[in-house]
Design a protein around this ligand. Sequence first.
Ligand code: NAD
Length: 686
Amino acid sequence: MTVTIARENAIAVVTVDNPPVNALSQALRQALVEAVAELDADATVKAVVLICAGRTFIAGADVSEFGKPPQPPHLPDVVARIEAAKKPWVAAIHGSALGGGLEVALGCAYRVAIASASLGLPEVKLGIIPGAGGTVRLPRLIGPAAAVDLVTGGSPVGARKAEGLGLIDAVLDGDLRAGAIAFAGDVAEKPLPQPISSREVPPVEAGFWESAEKAVAAKARREIAPLRALASVRKASETDFDDAMAFERETFLDLRGSKQAAALRHVFFAERAAPRPPELAGVTPRDTRSAAVIGGGTMGAGIAAALRDAGLPVVLIERDAAAVERGLANVRAIYEGSVKRGRMTQAVADERMASVTGGDDYGLLADTDLVIEAVFEDLAVKRAVFEKLSSVCRPDAVLATNTSYLDPNAISEGVSHPERFLGLHFFSPAHIMKLLEIVPTETTALDVLATGFALVRLLGKIPVRAGICDGFIGNRILKVTRAQAERLLLSGATPSAVDAAMRAFGLPMGPFEAQDLGGLDIAAFQRKAARARGETPFAPVAERLCAIERFGQKSSGGWYDYQPGDRAPQPSEAVAAIIAEEAAGQPQRVWNEADIADAILLPMVNEATRILEERVALRAADIDLVKIHGYGFPRWRGGPMHYAEARGLSEVVAVLDRLASDGLADPPCAGLRRAAEAGSFSALAK
Ligand code: NAD
C-alpha cells in the first residue's frame, strides 16, 4: 500500500509510504486520486492532512518512469483533483518537497512544514520544466518575481524562506503529524480558501520580463530549459489558468524529448550510480573519524579544508615548524575566502579552523584513521613519507596518495600492510572541485577501496574509479587535448580561434587560456618525465614557450600576452612568430569553429575509448563525470562519451578517419570502431 488513511476525530491523515523518497509512481498517483474520492464522500471528515512516511515528503517524479510513456492518472490531473477536494487538504512537509512533490502540495489548500524542510522545482536541472502546474500556480501564490527565481534557478528554498515567500502557511515546531492535525482542525472551521488556480497573478513592474530574460539567459549560458521555464511563468502571469496549463504542458513535452534533457538525464543517472559501484556491493568500509594530510601546499590545504568541512578533525603535517605555519595559513586563507564570498560566517570559519591542527611530528598520527599525502610530485619524497607513516600509523589506518602522474604501485612499495594503500586524486581547488579519482593499486583491499568511496560520499563529492596509467582518466585525456590543440596551430588555426571555438561549444575556457591560467610549467615537467621513460610527447610550441619562460599568467605571458594586473588574454606576436616557424612546410587550411571543436573533441573520445578498453575506466558514463566535474565540460552536453553517442559513433569514426588521413589526429582505435558498429559504448563493457 503506498497510501494509508487514518482518522483522528474529524481529521483524516493520508500517509504516503513509497520508499525510499516517496516518488510519484503511477501507483501513488492512483492512490491519491482514490483517497480524495473516498474522503470527499465521508461526511465525518472535515479536513485532511497529507503527510509522508520515511525521510522525506514526496521528493519528485519516479525516475524509473523516465523515458517511458506516461501512464494515467497524469500528475496534472491528480493535482487538479486534490485542489477540487471538498475538504481542505493540508500538505505536511518534512525532508524535501521537490518537483512533482511540490506541485502536489500546491494542489492542497494549505502547506505547513518543519523548519528543516526544503521546497523547490528542480526540473530545469534535468533540462525540462515542471509539468503539473508548477509554473502556473506558483506566480498565483507567491508572485511572478519569486516564481521566476524558483522555477528558472531550480534550487530549493528552506522552510523559513518559503514561509516568507508565502509558499507555505506555517513552519511547525515539534511533531509534524500532531502539529499538522491541529492546524487542520483550525482550518476545518473556516471556509475553503480560493484554489490557487483561480487566483489573480499580482502585477509586475514595467520592464520586469525583459530584465528577467536577460538575467536568466546570462546565467543559463547555452541551457535552454531556464528560458523556457521563464516563458512559462510569463505566460501563466499573462493569461488564464487553462491556457497557461496548456502552454506549460506543451513546453514540458517538447523539452522532455530534447537533446539537452537526454544529456542531463544521463548525467543525473551517472551521478547517482557513481558513489555505489556494483563491484563494492556488500563491502563494509573502514571507519573514518579522523584524518591527516601530509603537505600543506596548494592541494594539501584544500584537501584539509574539504575533510574538515565534512566534519572530520584534521592534522596537517609539514616538513618543519615554518612550513607548518605556512600550511595552516593556506587553510586559513581558504576559510577567509569563504567568509568574504558569503559562503560561511566568521564564527563557522573560526570553529572549523580550530579543529585543523598542524605539526611536523609524525607521532601525532598514531591513532589517525585516514592519512592523505599531498607532498611534492617526486617518487623518492613520497616513498620517504609513506615509510614514516608505515612506522607510526595503526596497521589498519588507510593511507592515500594524491599523486597526479606517479604510479601508485611504485609509491606503495615498502608500505607496511600495503592492502590499506590507495590513490585519492583530488582536483584543484580541492575544497571546491567535485571530482575525485579513486585509484586502487595491485594490493588495495576491497574494504579500503570502499572506504575511499565512503569518504568521497562524506565529502559530498563525486567518485570515479580509475585504473593506473599516466594521468589516470582525466589528465590522460587532457594530454591528448593539448596535443590536438597544438596540431591545430601548426595547420593554420590561432590560439584565439581554438579557444573561441571551444567556448562556443560550451566549455568555460579554451585549452590555451586554461594552460595560461594553470601554468605551462606543470605540463613541461610531465613531458620531461615522459621523455625519461622513452616517450615522445608532442608539444613543439609549448616547449619553445617554456624555453623562454612564457609560463602563462604568472609570468605575464604564455600562449597570450597579459597587461600587468589584467587577466584578459591578448594575442601575442611573439607566439604567432614561433607558431609560424614550427608550422613551416606543413599544409595549412582554414578552420571554422565546428571543425576545430571536432579536432579537439573527437580525439578526446578516441583516447577515452582506449581508456575504457584498458579498463582504466569501468563505464563510459564515468568518463563523462570526470570531464564534467574535473574539467568544466558542459553538463548539458552530457560529457564527451554521451556527446559522441548522441551524435552517432559512425559519424565520429568517419570524421576521425578524415582527420587522420590529413595527419591531424590518430585514427579511430579498434574499440571505437567496434562501438560504432554496435552504436554504443556499452558494446565495450566486459
Ligand atoms: P605544493 O608544492 O603546493 O605543495 C607541496 C607541499 O608539500 C609543500 O608545502 C611542501 O612543504 C610539502 N612537503 C614536501 N615534502 C614534505 C614532507 N616530506 N613532509 C611533509 N610535507 C612535505 O604542491 P601541490 O600542487 O599541492 O601538489 C601536491 C601533490 O598533489 C602532488 O603530488 C601533485 O602532483 C598533486 N596534485 C596537484 C594538483 C594541482 O593542481 N596542483 C592536482 C591534483 C594533484
